[in-house]
Design a protein around this ligand. Structure first.
Ligand SMILES: Cc1cc2nc3c(=O)[nH]c(=O)nc-3n(C[C@H](O)[C@H](O)[C@H](O)COP(=O)(O)OP(=O)(O)OC[C@H]3O[C@@H](n4cnc5c(N)ncnc54)[C@H](O)[C@@H]3O)c2cc1C
Length: 435
């Protein structure tokens, strides 16, 4: 069995790893010059390699931790206690323990109590399907009240979804609350985040080594131009140097990319795939010579600030692992059709720097060693109310063609844990179908 896998992100490499382990011959085709995709590395002008986007691992990421153990790299995982804050009404508030929570100024006593009730209610949801048809807005107002919604949730949701979130089901905030809660451990409820030394690329390289040791091949700088389809079945991939035949093909890229790769598939299937939309992202990375906030995440509940949050990964990554730098990511998620994603790096830098000075009056521009803007169009799949029937299956209407992609991960959030878990499960599905 010779299988082509399109995409060398966490999904493609995890899938290849589990398939190669059981004797399947895999060829992974990655368009760029490095593995990792969204979780890939970036080489700074001084030669230091860092994550292009911020990535945290949680101590509750059981599948990922088990995978690292299996690969013998669990000794390279590091976890640290972290802190979360809120930027509200031009001030920063720490939100890390019950005392701070009880003092949080935007909310009165009753609202604080109701916010706590919301978090507890999320833990108690046993069947997420009951939240499928309830909008996130309705659910949060019902549990936490209108005041908490207006002051906390609404600005955070507007920032995350870049404006309109009326079609977002309550499952979204439920998954998030459950995941965040899982980082808070013991009676102290202390929060923690972690990383693998070197970033996710360390894990990806370890899997790549095992794939190659099992006889698999990984081709960098090799974009697949088309999945060849003959008589309703996938027969191979077309590369720049011509067609290469395979017994089956798996695409792990996002659905709009997948659609472009399969001109030979039925129009009906194209139309179906076209219903999946994604958030994009504009995410400058500030490489600094000192810490900025001391918070892993600073949530912004101020709609005047153009970015979604301030993420300082060197609160849990020892700067010694990243050339002594302090890494601050300033993401802005973008809705489909957003004009922001088309703005130049200089325009983004000017907007972002001005707002940093507003947020942090002591901010010294000289502390920024590099300001690097990254953008991606397809980052997080959007799932609407009652829309699970729009999730594409791993098995496609084209024989011997499979789709293994983040849009299939629901209601869990897309992250290294859920992606590697999905890649593992999909490997079993593919083998079963092809057996
Ligand atoms: C800003 C941001 C923050 C995040 N934070 C976290 C976090 O804290 N923790 C966490 O665990 N996860 C986080 N994630 C999520 C995580 O990065 C993604 O879920 C994961 O990387 C998705 O992997 P993937 O393989 O499915 O997709 P991708 O990484 O997009 O991989 C797809 C690959 O396919 C390749 N490709 C596309 N078309 C072709 C073609 N025609 N031929 C060949 N190759 C092709 C692409 O180059 C790419 O490498 C974050 C992501 C972002 C963007």
């Amino acid at each position: 069995m010779k299988l082509a896998i399109v995409g060398g992100g966490i999904m493609g490499i995890t899938l290849a790893y589990y398939l190669a382990k059981t004797g399947v011959s895999v060829d992974v085709f990655e368009a760029s010059d490095t593995l990792g995709g969204l979780a890939g590395p970036l080489t700074l002008p001084d030669g230091v390699e860092v994550d292009r986007f911020y990535h945290a691992i949680l101590s509750s990421d059981a599948h990922l931790i088990e995978l690292c153990r299996e690969l013998g790299i669990d000794g390279q995982m590091r976890f640290r206690e972290t802190r979360t804050g809120f930027y509200y009404n031009r001030s920063i508030y720490s939100m890390n323990n019950i005392i701070e929570f009880l003092k949080f100024p935007p909310l009165g006593w009753i609202d604080r109590f109701r916010l706590g009730v919301t978090v507890l209610a999320a833990q108690r949801v046993r069947d997420w399907q009951e939240l499928e048809g309830v909008s996130v807005e309705e659910w949060l107002i019902r549990l936490g009240g209108r005041n908490t919604y207006q002051n906390i949730w609404r600005p955070m949701l507007a920032a995350k979804f870049d404006g309109d979130f009326t079609d977002v089901p309550a499952t979204w905030i439920w998954s998030r609350l459950v995941r965040v809660k899982s980082t808070r451990q013991g009676a102290s409820q202390k929060e923690g985040a972690g990383h693998i030394i070197g970033g996710y690329i360390t894990l990806i390289k370890a899997m790549a080594q095992r794939i190659e040791a099992a006889g698999g091949r990984i081709h960098l700088k090799t974009p697949v131009q088309e999945v060849c389809i003959e008589n309703g079945a996938a027969t191979g991939v077309r590369l720049v140097d011509g067609v290469h035949r395979f017994d089956a093909v798996v695409v792990t890229a996002q659905t709009p990319i997948f659609r472009r790769l399969i001109p030979g598939a039925a129009q009906e299937y194209h139309d179906f795939l076209g219903k999946t939309e994604y958030l994009g992202i504009v995410c400058p990375l500030l490489v600094m010579d000192r810490p900025l906030t001391g918070y892993w995440t600073l949530n912004i509940t101020d709609e005047r600030i153009p970015f979604t949050g301030v993420i300082e990964t060197t609160t849990y990554i020892d700067p010694a692992y990243v050339g002594g730098h302090h890494l601050v990511y300033l993401p802005k998620y973008t809705a489909p059709g957003s004009a922001l994603i088309t703005k130049s790096d200089d325009e983004i830098k000017a907007m972002w720097m001005e707002n940093l000075r507003t947020m942090f009056p002591d901010f010294d521009a000289a502390s920024v060693r590099y300001f690097l803007v990254h953008r991606e169009r397809y980052v997080e799949p959007l799932h609407g109310l009652n829309s699970t029937h729009l999730i594409p299956a791993v098995e496609t209407p084209v024989e011997r063609l499979f789709l293994v992609t983040t849009a299939q991960i629901y209601p869990a959030l897309t992250n290294g844990e859920s992606v590697s878990r999905h890649g593992h499960a999909a490997a079993a599905v593919i083998q079963q179908v092809l057996a």
